[in-house]
Design a protein around this ligand. Structure first.
Ligand code: ZN
Length: 177
């Protein structure tokens, strides 16, 4: 049975640490953590969650893009655990879009990100994948990668004018899409 984990909130020093490379992917603790993170991100209507958000400093996160209440226009994909992820190349072309974070409830911010990235990660069964990601999924990957280095999306917002509450975001942005 998987367990819903408590999500660390902004201000928790655990969110600001550098995470460590996962040496043994088959370790029970890691496999259990993956199951629990998947259950937690689903329950919270997130599209991604990183280990440090559940007080574990392992370089792994879940990308779980799917349409939900917080992101009604997200593309559908199976929740995928990405272990020891790396960005190999990033497009110089960037785009700004609204992001939120399960560790920063109620706030959205406009964040510039590379539009396309070439990435590498190891799956939970130990296979190495190399992929090109674009747009929304590339944004999730960059947001979650930042968590592994102790960076929160608010650090990348260029102006406090580009912050909004979740309620305003739902009214002004989601309803217009
Ligand atoms: Zn986040």
């Amino acid at each position: 049975m998987s367990e819903i984990l408590q999500i660390s909130q902004l201000g928790n020093p655990g969110l600001r640490r550098q995470s460590q490379v996962v040496e043994n992917i088959q370790d029970d603790r890691i496999q259990k953590l993956i199951d629990n993170l998947i259950a937690t991100v689903k329950q919270a209507n997130g599209v991604g969650i990183a280990a440090p958000q559940a007080a574990q400093c392992d370089r792994l996160f879940i990308v779980a893009s799917r349409p939900n209440l917080r992101y009604p226009h997200a593309p559908q994909m199976e929740p995928t655990a990405m272990i020891n992820p790396r960005i190999i190349a990033s497009s110089t072309e960037t785009a700004k879009d609204w992001e939120g974070c399960l560790s920063v409830p109620g706030i959205r911010g406009l964040v510039p990100r590379s539009r396309a990235i070439e990435i590498e990660y190891t799956s939970r069964d130990g296979k190495l994948y190399r992929q090109e990601l674009t747009d929304f999924v590339a944004r999730i990957f960059q947001h979650e990668s930042d968590h592994l280095d102790g960076i929160i999306f608010l650090d990348r917002v260029e102006s406090t004018q580009e912050l909004m509450t979740e309620d305003e975001y739902q009214k002004q942005v989601v309803n217009l899409l």
